[in-house]
Design a protein around this ligand. Sequence first.
Ligand SMILES: Nc1ncnc2c1ncn2[C@@H]1O[C@H](COP(=O)(O)OP(=O)(O)OP(=O)(O)O)[C@@H](O)[C@H]1O
Ligand SMILES: [Mg+2]
Length: 474
Amino acid sequence: MTDERVRGMVLVVDDEANARRGMKALLEQEGFSVSTAADGAEALDQLASETFDVVVTDLKMPRIDGLELLKRARQTHEDLPVVMVTAHGAVESAIAAMKAGAEDYLEKPVQIDELVVVLERVLRNRKVRDEVRQLRGRLEERFRPANLIGDSPPMQTVFKVIGQVAPTRASVLITGESGTGKELVAQAIHQASPRKHGPFVKLHCAALAETLLESELFGHEKGAFTGAMGRREGRFKQADGGTLFLDEIGEIPMSTQVKLLRFLQERTFERVGSNETLKVDVRVIAATNRRLEEEVREGRFREDLYYRLNVVSIEMPPLRVRPGDILVLAEHFLKKYAAENGKPIKGFSPEAIARLSEHGWPGNVRELENVIERSVVLCEGETITPQCLPVSLNTPHRTVVRIPGSTFAEIERHAILSTLEAVGGSTTRAARMLDISVRTIQYRLHEYGLARRPSAPKNERKHSTGAQKTDPVV
Ligand SMILES: Nc1ncnc2c1ncn2[C@@H]1O[C@H](COP(=O)(O)OP(=O)(O)OP(=O)(O)O)[C@@H](O)[C@H]1O
Ligand SMILES: [Mg+2]
């Protein structure tokens, strides 16, 4: 116990006092920290109040025996390893112990060397399991909403923030160019939040005149303004218990900004034309494709409101800075629209991929989605070729793959696909130009889901690559 480097915390359970004491002394000499219990019940008590790395228990004990102890311990300590000590030659009970989930067993009389070896192994296994569990936990933390596609680092950051803010009521400001997925992210936050069973209400702030906007937001009393025929509840009321998504927040007039600010500070508001103060539980998510800081600087947007809305901000990256997402998204939309249109389209030709990868996507994901939908409708075969793509993608307005922010794999893919395109699809010529082997190119195409003959069965393809002995695999 005094050793500063304890090898592990062991609970020894045996109804024989001598066996118990002996084992404790020997294990402590070996550097373990040891507690003892005289029977199963006492062991369970200790397990409830202390942390152990491993339990070594006698099988045969009065009242709660070793097997029963194992079973009960598992209910609260799912992966606490238990080593069972069985009578000499009692093969059946050893088997029973292992079946019940014991980590190992030892026969009496227990040899201390053997026990130490077993304990070392058990503790090592446990450490590995803990590490695996931690890693898995970390992976699960990296929340990704089902319909939000994107593997690129900037999108991973977006997913992470969504996961962090979703459980809270903090206001979120989502900024980014048109078509980058701001609304989708707002929905994802709602879906991942405890309010997901409440309403998700959306208001497009830009489209409405000032009075109408206020009435839409807060509701109005009968006769509050010309045309207000009866009392009407606003979006805040509709969104009670849920989320209100204010799109194009940069467009709201100053007077409405004041009222919105008050709501964010006090959670209260009045209908237009009413003195009755209403209180609702609404989470506000706002979006804009304007630079709000600039609007603040120019005096068009209240600074205090900006800070209230911007408790958490998410900046949606434009598609051109995450080229790695282009194909993932393209595949996603291809599947979606092929199914919707009942078309048997399987994928893209290398030339089509090159066009998609090189395009600048000023309209971001929305533009990509439209392009794919249109191509699916126009496409006749099983593969989307450049002929199915709109002219804008076919007039070479080449953008070189951006190096900062791209992974090496993306750069490599770009190099391979554009070279293939330049040489009319000849892998031999492309390989020579890139100074890599034909097989590397084939291997990569296979990885990109672009194997040369999409209809060839796997084993046949494997066979044909195996026949080319000239190029070593890289
Ligand atoms: N990461 C993504 N995964 C899947 N679909 C996406 C993704 N991002 C955007 N989309 C799709 O692209 C289209 C545009 O997205 P959305 O409407 O959310 O963009 P926005 O930023 O609100 O655009 P705007 O500023 O023009 O209103 C939608 O059809 C959306 O489903
Ligand atoms: Mg939008």
